[in-house]
Design a protein around this ligand. Structure first.
Ligand code: SAH
Length: 249
């Protein structure tokens, strides 16, 4: 193939237009219950579906040498809601306001997100190249603007200060499954072999709103993973029970 230059210069003023180079296939079908950062739920597996001019093996030459990738993406699910200068980080219990640029809020002046994910494998196919990734925190259908290799010597700064987000969120919950849910998991084993682990890892993060935490809560919650509706309920302050797992269709 000729390595022809692609024109990027049709840019005016301070406004830039980018085309997505890929979209994400993710188990997360809605914002609720997606972990707050990548890497927290290793059982979350997704696929990067390259598209247009980017669906070309040449763009990926050498990428298999990297175990992790940066994904630069559009918060397409929330961009219509705009942004405010101050946001309430869930890490602060939703009570304190911080400047949007001091947080990883999805509601930003430019709704751009960045996540490090693990690159598991690439399935090259003449028509469609797919990067298989895990540990993602992205909504299904998220448009990807760019992919870059993760470079530990420069990207991993172990002595960096991170104020209110210094430590990974504490996971104090334990997860159990009802007899019905165990039976349903067994039936789904073929299609989703890691479903139990995925549900556990997601629920341990306690996806409920910050103000509900550390309070008695008898609400039945629901989340959608793949095409499944998963219902759960708190049994105590620290115990979660998965009650029911059923197909959305
Ligand atoms: N790691 C990214 C995202 C952090 S915010 C960054 O730091 O920029 C993580 C939240 O983004 C998740 O809880 C999920 O609710 C939200 N999210 C993921 N993909 C999204 C999308 N396409 N549109 C809107 N919100 C999204």
């Amino acid at each position: 193939m000729n390595n022809k230059k692609i024109d990027n210069t049709k840019i005016n003023n301070n406004s830039y237009q980018f085309n997505a180079i890929a979209t994400i296939k993710s188990p997360y079908q809605e914002k609720f219950a997606i972990p707050r950062q990548p890497g927290l739920v290793s059982a979350a597996k997704g696929q990067i579906i390259l598209q247009g001019k980017a669906n070309n093996n040449e763009l990926l030459r050498g990428i298999e040498q990297f175990s992790h990738l940066w994904l630069i993406f559009v918060f397409h699910g929330t961009l219509a809601q705009g942004w405010k200068p101050l946001v309430r980080p869930p890490r602060l219990g939703g009570n304190e306001k911080m400047g949007v640029l001091a947080t990883r809020s999805t509601f930003r002046p430019n709704p751009i997100g960045m996540s490090v994910v693990k690159l598991d494998k690439i399935t090259p196919n003449k028509q469609q190249i797919i990067l298989h990734i895990s540990g993602l925190d992205l909504l299904n259908g998220t448009p990807i603007l760019d992919i870059k290799p993760y470079i530990p010597y420069s990207d991993a700064l172990t002595t960096a200060q991170a104020g209110f987000a210094q430590q990974a969120p504490q996971t104090l919950l334990s997860v159990e499954f009802s007899t019905l849910a165990i039976k349903q998991l067994a039936e789904l084993k073929q299609q989703h072999p890691e479903l139990k682990l995925l549900i556990e890892q997601v629920l341990v993060q306690d996806p409920r709103p910050a103000y509900k935490q550390e309070k008695v809560d008898d609400k039945v919650y629901g989340m959608t993973l793949y095409d499944l509706n998963i219902q759960w309920q708190m049994q105590s302050l620290t115990q979660v029970k998965v009650i029911n797992i059923e197909s959305c269709n």
